[in-house]
Ligand binder design. Structure first.
Ligand code: FEO
Length: 401
């Protein structure tokens, strides 16, 4: 059965939701599901903006058929080829023999790697700034390389001021009938998933996001149609401001994330004690996470959100407890920057984790490491309480600086 929504007089959302998938990219938990957005314009020419994931094939093809209502499909614009959007390209191509595929040189390079048997005569290659008319609507193409794939681009409908933004401005979470940002409480119900989506999937490419945001600032945008999550038709400044913070690796808020690993509760007790010390000192937004019970994508998102991070972990195999090691590795892989960090390490006979965590944190850009590093020998004693007090004082002083 079809299930689409009208966006403007001649533009329709024809995507779908997957609430069954446990792990997006087989890696990131999506307890609230995910939407695969696709948009169909019924101008003098009919144009589909991006295909979809195979999981929603039935509703996707039903939606297209219903909106076309017997008309042919003239164009598929491929803003992003990753299979959560590109998986059904070949099936569209076979079902709609008049359809031409619009993309850039890299789109077609990757398309031919994923799909075989596409006739080059049915491809329309476009470049940065190139115009494209479908009758009433005039489009321009904006290349967005490495946001977050090399072929990514955006298409701007200059007639209506609509930006088809590919993955940018997207979010995890299914669209439950309400597809517009002004139909939902985005800040309360969607922002954490939008942050987790951006920081883990696009987070490494802050410079490239900045570059495309600069290009977008010259466009008169009224609406943003991303490939996941809600369509933005009001308050665009809100989500653009979030993207500015995330892409510049600037914290959104003052606050302290205390991420700890603990085998027998001794390192955990230091994390908890530091949290109450900070609270007693008036610090708000303290978040304590056990890394063994929190998906690393949440730890990453919270690190992007707050100004201060404390990592606490025991030594294991003369190295960092490996779940903490994986978290720190992820922070480096995502190029996290501009944070103030405290370290708590534990070890019974050779406490290597304080030094090794320090070395990993020092590999991040523009990081301020706080003194003292708290070193625990098996379980915390009075000396560690004093060190925690000193670390708390350093965090508070830094926050108030
Ligand atoms: Fe939603 Fe990069 O694919």
């Amino acid at each position: 059965m079809n299930c689409y929504r009208k966006i403007t007089e001649d533009l329709y959302w024809v995507g779908g939701n997957d609430r069954r998938l446990a792990l997006f990219e087989n890696m990131f938990p999506i307890p609230k599901g995910v939407s695969y957005n696709s948009y169909l314009l019924t101008d003098e020419k009919t144009v589909l903006f991006d295909a979809a994931d195979r999981a929603i094939a039935d509703v996707f093809f039903a939606n297209i058929a219903a909106v076309l209502n017997g008309r042919p499909l003239d164009y598929l614009v491929v803003n992003h080829l990753e299979p959560d959007h590109g998986a059904l390209i070949k099936e569209l191509y076979d079902r709609y023999p008049d359809m031409k595929i619009v993309g850039n040189v890299k789109t077609f390079m990757f398309m031919n790697q994923f799909h075989e048997g596409i006739d080059p005569n049915r491809l329309v290659e476009v470049k940065e700034g190139q115009s494209f008319s479908t009758g009433r609507h005039e489009f321009k193409f904006v290349m967005a390389p490495m946001v977050h794939w090399p072929e990514a681009m955006m298409t701007f409908d200059a007639t209506e001021g609509i930006l088809f933004s590919a993955d940018a401005f997207g979010s995890f979470g299914s669209l439950d009938g309400n597809i517009f940002n002004d139909e939902i409480d985005f800040d309360r119900e969607w922002l954490p998933e939008a942050r987790r989506y951006y920081t883990n999937i696009v987070g490494k490419y802050g410079m490239q996001v900045q570059s495309v945001l600069r290009k977008a600032s010259s466009l008169d945008i009224n609406m943003i149609c991303p490939l996941h999550g809600p369509v933005w038709r009001t308050d665009l400044g809100y989500i653009i401001d979030k993207y500015m913070h995330w892409s510049k690796y600037e914290p959104e808020e003052k606050g302290a994330v205390i991420a700890y690993a603990s085998m027998y509760g001794n390192t955990e007790s230091c994390a908890n004690r530091l949290a109450v010390m900070l609270a007693d000192a008036g610090v708000k937004n303290i978040k304590v996470y056990d890394v063994s019970h929190t998906h690393v994508s949440t730890l990453v998102a919270e690190t992007f959100r707050y100004s201060h991070l404390v990592v606490a972990a025991p030594t294991y195999n003369n190295n960092i407890y490996h779940i903490m090691h994986a978290f720190l590795h992820d922070l480096k892989a995502l190029d996290v920057q501009n944070r103030t960090v405290g370290i708590i390490g534990n070890g019974t006979w050779a406490p290597a984790s304080p030094r090794l965590m320090t070395e990993m944190v020092q590999q991040l850009k523009n990081i301020r490491l706080l003194e003292p590093t708290v070193v625990i020998k098996s379980s915390p004693k009075d000396a560690q309480v004093e060190q925690l007090e000193a670390l708390k004082d350093a965090i508070v002083a830094d926050m108030n600086a």
